[in-house]
Unconditional design. Sequence first.
Length: 260
Amino acid sequence: MSSIKLQVVSGGLVAKISLNRPERYNAFDREMVRELGDMVRGVAESEKVRLVILTGEGKAFSAGADLHAAKASDSVSNYLGGLAKGLHSVLETLATVPALLVTLVNGPAAGGGFALAMAGDIRLGMPEAKLRLGYGRVGLTLDGGLSWRLPRLIGFAATQRLVFEDPDLGADEAKALGLFHRVVPPSEIVKTLEELLARTKMQSRASVFRNRQLLLESQGRTLAQCYEAEAVMMKTSAGTQDGREGIQSFVEKRPPRFGS
């Protein structure tokens, strides 16, 4: 059975990627990370997909690294170090996808699964979602960019609490902290995703990608450097076919017909 499922719907506009090792709570082993990387690269190269949904099959989003597989390997340290590098490659590729990335957390997400859940441009939690870092409980340290991402999402003090107290967060508390944008009951999932797709269709795919890059890269810039980066990106965007079409459609008071 494949450890990753891909479903493309809505005329190719939506790609749903599901982690599919439910018997292991969708924990990552080497094969799964390789397969996820291949799947994400394929989606990144698509010229049509506007919405990418990343979720889990079964009762969990992902339990993070498969420690049983690590223990059975020739070297636990080499296995987990390589697995972290593989996950980081997947996360770097996800950041290049010219589509809105939605993480739909359908159950527990721990360790690297927590990190993957936080990669979404829009992060949705179902009521049964639970978040746990869990690294200290098994004598390990953060991966998946969490040491960079969490302080920027929820602040340094709140991150310290999550790392050192290691609480189990329910969906509502995760939303209150800013880890989820919304908590969505099962009955509203389809409607919520349809609304997000409708909103993405109003925007240029290239704009989604460029705005994501500005947000991610802003964390390493001064305010003055952000001004400069935004001015450069504005000039670039205005010179593209989509930029010209967007401006023309605004002037003519009609919906834009973007090429991407």
